[in-house]
Every structure is written in C-alpha cells, then in structure tokens.
Ligand binder design. Structure first.
Ligand SMILES: Cc1ncc(COP(=O)(O)O)c(C=O)c1O
Length: 418
C-alpha cells in the first residue's frame, strides 16, 4: 500500500485545520503514517494510551495482581464504571448503561426486555434495511414467542411510522443507517412510539462517538451499540446496553446469569435479579478487552460531543462537495442525505463496481470499505482526522473514477472481509 500523498492542499483547507478547536485530539491516536483512514465506522484506530493501559492490565493487574485484581483493580465493577463514562457520551445519566457482551447478544436482551415490558402486544417493528444481525436476532426472538410477528419497514410498509400501533410491543431502529449514513430523529420517533404505548430500542453502532446522542433527553427506552467503531476501543471490543431507569424495576431479560444476580457472591440457588442496570448482565466479561475501553473513552471524553458533531458534519459536507462533480460525471448516486440534520458521519456512494474502487483507493493509502451489493462507504471521524485528509480522500476518489484505474483486474479479487 502506498501512502496518501499527491494532492496539493489548498490554503483554505490548511486554514480549516489550523483553526480546528479539536485538532489536538489527533495526537492521541496512532494512525499509520501517511494513511487516510476512512473506515472508523468499521474499526477505529488505536488510541495511544492503549499501549500503556494494556501493559498495566496484563503485567500488573493480571500477572502480579491475579485474583486480587477483581477488587483492587476494580475489575468486577468495570462494566458499570466504564458504562457510566460511556453513558456521558450518549446522553445517559449514571446507572443506566453497562458494557458487556456483543451487540448481537445485547439486541437479543433488549428485544426480550422490551417484550417483557409490553406483555400481550403482538408485533416487533424493525427496518428491512437494518444491519442484518439485528434482524437475525429479531427473527430468533419472534420464533420463541408464538403470536408475536416481526414487521419490517420496506416490506410491510414504506415508512416505519406506519407500522407502529397499539399492537406494537417494541420498535428496533438504527440511529444511523449503516449503509446510507442516514440519521433518524430520535426524539421525534420516540414520541410516535410512545404515543402507541410501545418501547423504543435504538441501535447506536453508527452514532455513538460522533453524533450528539441524547438518550435521556430524547426519551429513549433501551439502546445498544458497539465500542469498536467511533469509540475506538479495539477490534471486537465489548458492546454496551442502556435501559432508562424508569424501566429497570419492571424489565426482565432471558440470559439471567450470576453477574446479573442481586447478590452474586452469595451463590444462592435461586435467581434474583439485581435491582439496577446490572440485571442486564449474564456472566463473566472479558476484562482485558474492557480495560481497552478506558483508553478509547479517555481519548474523546474531555471534549463536547456537540463540537465533535459539528466537525463531523463539516467533514462529510466538504467531502460531498468535492466528489459531487465526479459522481455526476460517472452517474453515481450519493446515498447520504445532504441535509446535515439527516446524516451521521459517513458518506456513502452507490456503485455496483464499488469493490474495485475501494481496492484502488486502498492502494493509494485511502482506506474506506464496501458493503454488498453496491455501497462504497467513507467514515469520517472528527477525533483523529483533519480537513486535509478529507481533501486528499476526495481528490484520490475523483482521480480513480476519472482515470478508470479501478478497472485493473487486480482490484477485482475479493477478500473475505470487504
Ligand atoms: C448497526 C450494527 N448493528 C450491529 C452490528 C453487529 O454487532 P456485533 O457483531 O458486535 O454483534 C453492527 C456491526 O457492524 C452494526 O453496524
């Protein structure tokens, strides 16, 4: 892979970086030299603090501390202490967020928790265009609840809102669509969901860390999301789950395990759920992976999410402006909404031959990704990127499209992960 050199950077772009109040955050991350990394919506880069954090976690806490570290290093409470810190980045007051398990598992728990809050109701509503795992899990949940049906936006009605009625138990919805980058108005949709007496479960995978998510203020009921994308906590890092405190008494979830017990170290025969957010836990969590989450959060938690959001929108806006002409020339559709109120932090372009385009860009040191069947995605992170990278990426995209260099057959060979 070559480095992303080449384009002369206009003074106006350099000035934007010079004036950027978040410019100092870049120094907190390791982005390989010369790379323009636009796949943070898939896996964020390593925060520099991770190296010491892992060293301490392994050498000192595990190797030396051994079992004592469950107490001395706070291992047993990490799910909550980190959960509260992450909660601050998504507008959740303390005691409503835990870090645990994977997104898929948390979707399962959240849907079941939602059903437990609305017994007797007979539908779960979701989006046909949802990230597939959410739908696979929803289908599994429905299979275990005879009488409950899954209704999908895009199949059973054009608009999600038209599927929500007095039969709806739970609405599972993505805050930002993983393919198009479109953003839902959380507060407005919650009002519709609540007017029907239903429960809202938000998938925040593509908004946590880049959108000013306000779970409490928007009246969300439950939410889940990952930490490995814009929160930069590492490959396969544990997910999070949020439940509004008003629901904690009443909700239940089916993966009852000893970490969710009211008195885990009493080793009682019978299950008694914890009274708080720990009731959403099941069993032992991967402590080394949890330790990495502290480093990811520390890299952005001292700046205002509103500032990160403003820079993110400026970056996606600039990129769209710079690639618009070549998209038009080549008949490509910009899938991401132009209206800043309606987009997250990525720009998606529909192109059936997008895979080789992405490979050609990767060879030039511009790393985006491709989602079958036809979506080229560029994720923009306001924490470790500047406007110069946005400019370089756009110029490289234009060059690859205009020269047709992506047509070289070496770019067509598919790897397992696209
Ligand atoms: C919107 C969305 N939901 C769920 C997932 C999958 O989560 P996991 O593989 O961590 O269970 C992803 C992964 O990229 C995602 O983008």
């Amino acid at each position: 892979m070559t480095k992303a050199h080449g384009a002369d950077i206009p003074a106006e772009i350099r000035n934007r970086d010079a004036m950027d109040p978040l410019g100092h955050l870049k120094a907190r991350f390791h982005v390989p030299d010369g790379l323009v990394y636009l796949a943070g919506n898939s896996l964020g880069p390593a925060p520099l603090a991770i190296f010491d954090e892992m060293e301490t976690a392994v050498r000192s806490e595990w190797a030396e501390g051994l079992i004592r570290s469950w107490n001395d290093a706070g291992w047993f409470s990490l799910v909550e202490t980190l959960g509260d810190r992450l909660g601050r980045l998504i507008g959740a007051a303390a005691g409503q967020t835990v870090i645990c398990d994977s997104v898929s598992i948390n979707v399962y728990k959240a849907l079941q928790a939602g059903l437990s809050l609305r017994p007797g109701r007979t539908t779960i509503v979701a989006e046909a265009g949802s990230f597939p795992t959410d739908l696979y899990v929803a289908e599994g949940v429905v299979a275990g609840h005879p009488g409950v049906r899954l209704l999908l936006e895009g199949v059973d009605a054009d608009r999600l809102e038209d599927l929500i009625d007095e039969k709806t138990a739970v609405v599972l919805v993505n805050h930002v669509d993983y393919k198009t980058g479109a953003l839902r108005d959380m507060a407005a949709l919650n009002r519709i969901i609540h007017a029907a007496g239903a429960i809202a479960v938000w998938d925040l995978c593509h908004s946590a860390g880049v959108v000013d998510v306000q779970l409490d203020a928007a009246g969300a009921d439950l939410a889940i999301g990952c930490t490995y994308k814009y929160l930069n906590c590492g490959p396969g890092s544990p997910a999070f789950i949020y439940a509004a405190s008003r629901h904690l008494d009443m909700l239940s979830q089916p993966l009852a395990g000893w970490w969710g017990h009211a008195a885990p170290f009493a080793f009682e025969r019978g299950y008694r759920a914890d009274g708080g957010i720990r009731k959403l836990l099941s069993g032992t969590q991967p402590i080394l992976s949890l330790r990495a989450i502290g480093a990811g959060l520390a890299a952005i938690e001292d700046v205002a999410m509103a500032d990160l959001r403003a820079k993110s929108l400026a970056m996606t806006g600039l990129f769209m402006e710079l690639v618009e002409q070549s998209c038009r020339t080549h008949g490509l559709e910009l899938m991401t909404p132009r209206d800043p109120r309606l987009r997250g932090s990525q720009v998606s372009i529909a192109f059936a031959d997008g895979y080789p385009v992405i490979q050609a860009l990767i060879e030039r040191g511009i790393v985006g990704d491709f989602r079958a069947p036809d979506t080229v995605r560029f994720g923009f992170s306001p924490s470790y990127m500047g406007f110069e990278e946005v400019y370089r990426a756009a110029m490289a995209f234009n060059e690859v499209m205009n020269s047709g260099s992506w047509r070289d057959e070496r770019f067509a060979r598919r790897s397992i992960v696209t």
